[in-house]
Design a protein around this ligand. Structure first.
Ligand code: ADP
Ligand code: ASP
Ligand code: MG
Length: 408
């Protein structure tokens, strides 16, 4: 029996007409081998950024239906071009926007979550030998507004479609051949890893590694869809994201992950009483902003003694939404935004049973003279916010400390 496979292609994979044509050639080869693809594509690389820049010229803080409508449009272009390239090669296709397929989401603009997908239309098309080519990243809410799933969200479209048609795997094609022990662009000695558990990958995604969108890993774990991340440019296996039991190796630290675009908000003085913090973090959560690290401390200056300072970090993408919320809630409070920060983390399920990782983490950063601004830990990770200028040396030295460097 031929195999129905959801295949997702990222921005670089459809980044130019030449790339689209060679992707069409590869799909023709896949079909000749008996595969029945359901294709999901992102916008051509750079396009979503261009669209965002246009909106931000008018209003940097606007997030609402018109924003999503605008930034979802890049995918309409790429799927149409890919369909034309396949049709030229004699393959029947149907390009599909999210609303045509009923990818229903909630109404959290720029951060929507998929609520439901009807997979039967896709199966019908495949059974008629028509290749569905679905726009990644977008959805539609109950009021027929176009929504988007957050940056990098095409991965989530793909895994959600795979779950909807009850496929047990989903292929994510990208510009690196595998998931590495660190971003290979930052840490040249990073090694390819053949298997990661859903938990580790989720933690890496949450900590800023953009190789996979966090929601796609969550959906994969929930519906049992194995995710195979692999190269668009090479025909070989990449990395499998699997349940923990299927990943034999349990490294104490399996990756060093970074988010080069971390921003820290500092508030002073925090309005007294617990009400303000509760309201602030509730409102941010409702807008889909993930507040990462939070610290609160008492002022030590004599003139303001007893007053509270608050610092918290968010990823750069969430700065506009956070600013919007603070404008409404933090009246009479000094709000400072520090943008040139980065977050560096070590992740590993093996940390659960190995004490001492934190000590090695801090000792390494101290030896490298990297000042730490804020810190957080969980069962399987340790993160610190540092200055962007220190990122490379922090990442490479932690990578070496935890024995992750590839051996030449
Ligand atoms: P796409 O457009 O295909 O979705 P992305 O740019 O979103 O591609 O994700 C792929 C990029 O993720 C790589 O080019 C790489 O720089 C980055 N990356 C970050 N962390 C890792 C990691 N641990 N392993 C591999 N790539 C990583
Ligand atoms: N085009 C969208 C973005 O740039 C979605 C994606 O690439 O997955 O964020
Ligand atoms: Mg991506």
């Amino acid at each position: 029996m031929s195999k129905i496979l959801v295949k997702k292609y990222g921005g670089t994979s459809v980044g130019s007409i030449e790339r689209i044509e060679s992707l069409a050639d590869r799909l023709v080869r896949d079909i000749a081998r008996g595969e029945k693809p359901i294709v999901v594509a992102s916008a051509m690389s750079g396009e979503t950024n261009k669209l965002i820049a246009l909106a931000e010229k008018i209003d940097p803080d606007y997030r609402g239906p018109a924003y999503d409508m605008l930034i979802a449009s890049g995918e309409q272009v790429s799927i149409s071009l890919l369909a034309i390239a396949l049709e030229k090669r004699g393959v029947k296709t149907q390009p599909l926007l999210a609303y045509q397929l009923g990818i229903l989401t909630d109404s959290t603009h720029a951060k929507a979550r998929i609520k439901d997908i009807n997979g039967s239309k896709l199966i019908e098309l495949v059974n008629k030998n028509i290749v569905p080519i679905v726009a990644g990243f977008q959805g539609v809410d109950e009021d027929d507004n176009i929504t988007t799933l957050g940056r990098g969200g095409s991965d989530t479209t793909a895994v959600a479609l795979a779950a909807a048609i009850k496929a047990d795997e989903c292929e994510i094609f990208t510009d690196v051949p595998a998931v590495f022990t660190a971003d290979p662009r930052l840490v040249p000695k990073a090694r390819e890893v053949s298997k990661f558990s859903y938990d580790e990958m989720m933690e890496m995604a949450a900590l800023g590694s953009k190789v996979l969108h966090i929601r796609c890993v969550e959906i994969g774990a929930k519906y049992g869809v194995k995710i195979h991340l692999r190269s668009t440019f090479e025909e070989r296996e990449g990395t499998w994201i699997l349940p923990e039991g299927e990943v034999m190796e349990q490294a104490v630290v399996s990756s060093v992950t970074h988010d080069a675009n971390t921003a820290v908000f500092k508030l002073f003085p925090v309005p007294p009483g617990p009400g303000f913090l509760a309201e602030l973090f509730k409102t941010l959560a409702a807008k889909g902003v993930i507040v990462d690290i939070i610290t609160q401390s008492e002022s030590d200056e004599p003139s303001t003694k007893g007053q509270q300072r608050l610092a918290f970090s968010v990823t750069k993408e969430d700065v506009p939404l956070t600013r919007q919320v603070l404008k409404d809630l933090a009246k009479n409070v000094d709000v400072n935004l520090i943008e040139n920060m980065a977050k560096i983390s070590v992740v590993g399920v093996g940390m659960r049973n190995h004490p001492g990782v934190a000590a090695r983490f801090f000792a390494t950063l101290a030896t490298q003279n990297v000042p730490i601004h804020i810190v957080t830990t969980s069962e399987i990770k340790i993160s610190a916010v540092i200055s962007q200028a220190d990122l490379q040396k922090a990442a490479t030295s932690l990578h070496t400390e935890f024995s992750l460097d590839k051996i030449d």
